[in-house]
Each structure stands twice: as structure tokens, then as C-alpha cells.
Design a protein around this ligand. Structure first.
Ligand SMILES: [Fe+2]
Length: 139
């Protein structure tokens, strides 16, 4: 299957924290993988999409834990608020995935747009807030 690029990494998303940047890049790769699944034929798409969604959800959870650990270690004052946003997104993904598995009709591209918009704005606003505060603390 040809890998399609739906979201591209940009310097603007760079936090300068190697672990976070590597994981964010992988999140975009997985989002592109989901997009590729959307473009596949109808039968293949549903099956491939479910597998890709699973991989995505697992990785999102792994990434959120790593990020929260880092924030806790740095004494980030908005950790609780940040974690609440992570939890809300992860819970939404989990419930959507359950519904998909149960056969609820869904529009993969709409779901994908939601993922993309959430991830990009979360990186640009919330994760960058952490970066800003870490820098302020260091200086
Ligand atoms: Fe985050």
C-alpha cells in the first residue's frame, strides 16, 4: 500500500525536547498511516483502519505517559490541567474505537480530521506552554 502524507512535520512543532519531538513525529506517521487506510478500498479500509486505530491509540497513551512523567519531573505547574486534556482525548479515542468495533457507521476522514486538528493544536498550544515554562525555569 502506498504511504500517503496527510500531515507533514514542521519546525514549528519542534519542542526542542528530543524524546517529545521523536514521539510527536511518530504520532504524525501513525496519522498518515490512518489516512492511507482511509484511501484503501472499502473492505480493506475498515479492517486496516481498525488495526491502525489500535496502534494509534496505544501509542498515544504511551506518549502521554512519557510526557506527563517529564512534566512531573520538571515540576510543571499546569500538569493537572494538561493531563486532563490528555485523558479527555484518550477517552474519546477509546470510546470511538469501541463504537467502530461494534460496527457503528462512521466517516473515517471526519475522525481523522479531528485527530489531526487535536494533535497539531495540542502541540502548538499546550505542549509549547510546557516548553516555555521549562525555559523560564532554567533561566
Ligand atoms: Fe501533551
Amino acid at each position: 500500500m502506498v504511504y500517503e502524507e496527510y500531515v507533514a512535520w514542521s519546525k514549528n512543532y519542534e519542542t526542542g525536547i528530543p524524546l517529545i519531538d521523536t514521539q510527536h513525529k511518530k504520532l504524525l506517521v501513525l496519522t498518515n498511516q490512518l489516512y492511507t487506510a482511509c484511501l484503501a478500498g472499502r473492505e480493506t479500509a475498515t479492517e486496516f483502519f481498525l488495526v491502525a486505530v489500535h496502534e494509534f491509540v496505544d501509542y498515544v497513551q504511551e506518549h502521554f505517559s512519557a510526557e506527563e512523567e517529564l512534566m512531573a519531573q520538571s515540576g510543571y505547574s499546569r500538569l493537572a490541567e494538561h493531563k486532563a486534556k490528555h485523558d479527555e482525548f484518550a477517552n474519546k479515542l477509546l470510546s470511538e474505537t469501541q463504537e467502530m468495533k461494534a460496527g457503528k457507521p462512521m466517516v473515517p476522514l471526519t475522525f481523522l480530521h479531528y485527530l489531526r486538528d487535536w494533535i497539531l493544536s495540542h502541540i502548538a498550544i499546550d505542549d509549547m506552554d510546557f516548553v516555555y515554562h521549562s525555559k523560564v525555569l532554567k533561566n
